[in-house]
Write a new protein. Structure first.
Length: 553
């Protein structure tokens, strides 16, 4: 043991998520790691120390881990927000939502009028038409009323759809002759302005370039880390890391995460597909190169594959009987015949896969591909994860348990789109069983849940609240028998997430030898009324023993 200085943090209560030592009042930290957990008397035997009482009236828990997040959550704040709900930026400032399509158009008019250069594109994010029941989908014609000359790009909240105006269509040569899947066309055969999924969205280059440029700005990483700190997160993921294709992105990430006082750990996953076939070997080679450059705060976890779209965008692949409205608009966003070969290639290279599967038909295809890969190569500790997994069945979960496939539920859907799923997308029966954490527990599947940061606000107190209460804005409880306990939810937000990214030996619980990463809360999440979980104030975080206080509103 070194002679490094020891700090003992005192707390009102410490929830360790270590079942062998579940609660304590003090934790000793040395060299950024946990030296001991217990009472003050238990820990003074380690010798000279400083007793830090900053958290004497607070609750310490393991730092929250967001296993499905995006740096885009920080990048987006370089552009105007056009979402439905009020939303806090990294500084804690609340940006009001646009509660009607008319309010959104009015907001766009104000934004366009404030840009001096008439040729500069207007790029905004967060719009979600599913809230505007009975109104037509946003179209190029609607945006032409804002400007017929300035190109406009409206990124939807799901991240899977964008709407552009006629000026943008013309600038990017998107016409009736464009055959790219996802370019929506009206009865006259001409584009409506709606672009579904990456291949179509990428045609609107000024919009996508603005998004990419924002993501390449070092401030995007700083803002993302600040958002995480404000919500008690000490580890964040980037599931669309550009480091695999852009060396400068890897350099930026390395530099920013190495800055003194940077308040988060990053785990990056490359995404090789934007529609069509995937050449696995170049991605495997890039992953191995990047792994050799890892630091304490900058890791490379594996590869993300996107295999369908979003339920609220009607682009997820849903098994019979399909969408509640009778629509069948699912999109396979990878080349279907070669998908099993791609999964097998990464599996046999010992690379962890996180596979985007909003629909249960897509999840079925992913499970089958992993099963086939395991028959050829028995990497039993793969921990491949079905991401979103909103409609997976009990039978699918049983197969996932057998094959050590994890699930990362998008529980925030229960709140943000729960009523819409019940009434519009999948109907009452399936809505009541969406994001079924209780079923995962019954079937023995290791799980976490996520915010899909950028799509919904980062914050595990909210994802936990959703899993525990399953409440919608209208007051419905979606499947009350599928609620889980606050303790089960806390496990999912900490150790469950750590397991999925192969870091449960380092983070996810407060126990000897692990990183000294804590979320600092004002109230105990296991003692408050479950309906109050999402409203627990967050003081900030401790990362490797260093305190990071969140801004106060």
């Amino acid at each position: 043991m070194t002679d490094a200085h020891t700090v003992i943090y005192q707390a009102r209560d410490i929830l360790t998520m270590n079942p062998s030592n579940p609660r304590a009042t003090h934790v000793a930290v040395r060299d950024g790691r946990i030296l001991g957990v217990g009472s003050l008397d238990d820990l003074t035997g380690w010798g000279a120390h400083t007793l830090d009482t900053t958290f004497a009236d607070h609750i310490l828990i393991p730092g929250f881990i967001e296993a499905h997040g995006h740096v885009q959550d920080g990048a987006a704040w370089a552009m105007p927000y056009l979402g439905y709900y009020d939303r806090a930026d990294p500084d804690g400032t609340i940006h009001p939502g646009s509660r009607s399509a008319a309010a959104a158009i009015a907001r766009l008019e104000d934004l366009a009028a404030a840009i001096p250069d008439p040729a500069q594109p207007l790029v905004v994010w967060g719009y979600d038409p599913i809230y505007f029941t009975g109104e037509p989908r946003l179209s190029a014609a609607d945006l032409d009323a804002v400007s017929s000359t300035r190109p406009i790009y409206v990124a939807h909240a799901s991240g899977h759809v964008a709407t552009v105006n006629t000026a943008m269509l013309a600038l990017c040569d998107i016409t009736a002759a464009t055959e790219t899947p996802g370019v929506e066309k009206g009865p006259d055969g001409h584009p409506t302005g709606e672009l579904q999924e990456s291949a179509a969205m990428m045609l609107a280059k000024p919009g996508m370039m603005a998004m990419a440029a924002a993501a390449m700005d070092p401030d995007a990483f700083r803002r993302y880390a600040a958002i995480g700190r404000n919500a008690g997160h000490t580890t964040l993921t980037d599931l669309v890391s550009l480091a695999f294709v852009a060396p400068q992105y890897a350099d930026i990430t390395h530099a920013v995460t190495s800055e003194p006082g940077f308040p988060a750990r990053f785990v990056q996953y490359g995404m090789p597909n934007a529609g069509g076939p995937v050449a696995a070997q170049p991605v495997i080679d890039a992953f191995r190169r990047l792994k050799a450059t890892e630091t304490e705060k900058n890791r490379y976890g594996g590869v993300k594959l996107v295999y369908d779209g979003s339920i609220q965008g009607f682009t997820a692949n849903i098994s019979w009987p399909g969408y509640y409205t009778g629509q069948d608009n699912g999109l396979w966003t990878m080349d279907v015949p070669t998908f099993p070969d791609v999964v097998r290639a990464f599996h046999e290279a010992d690379i962890n896969l996180h596979i985007h599967c909003n629909g249960n038909e897509t999840a079925e295809a992913a499970i089958e591909a992993i099963e086939a890969a395991l028959k050829r190569y028995a990497w039993l500790n793969h921990r491949h994860t079905i991401q979103h997994a909103q409609l997976v069945s009990a039978a699918q979960l049983r197969r996932m348990a057998i094959n050590n496939i994890c699930v990362n539920f998008f529980t925030n859907h229960l709140w943000y789109w729960g009523d819409q799923h019940y009434e519009l997308t999948v109907g009452p029966d399936r809505a009541n069983q969406m994001n079924n954490c209780a079923a995962a527990i019954r079937e023995g599947v290791r799980f976490s849940f996520h915010s899909d940061s950028g799509v919904t606000p980062t914050g595990h107190l909210h994802t936990m609240w959703c899993a525990v209460n399953r409440l919608t804005p209208s007051g419905r409880v979606l499947g009350p028998e599928n609620r889980i306990t606050p303790e089960q939810a806390l496990h999912a937000a900490t150790l469950g997430a750590a397991y999925q990214i192969h870091l449960d030996h380092e983070i996810g619980s407060i126990e000897v030898g692990k990183k000294a990463d804590f979320a600092v809360l004002e109230q105990n999440p296991l003692d408050v009324d479950p309906i109050a979980l999402k409203d627990i104030p967050v003081w900030g975080t401790v990362l490797a023993g260093e305190k990071h206080e969140a801004p106060r509103g």
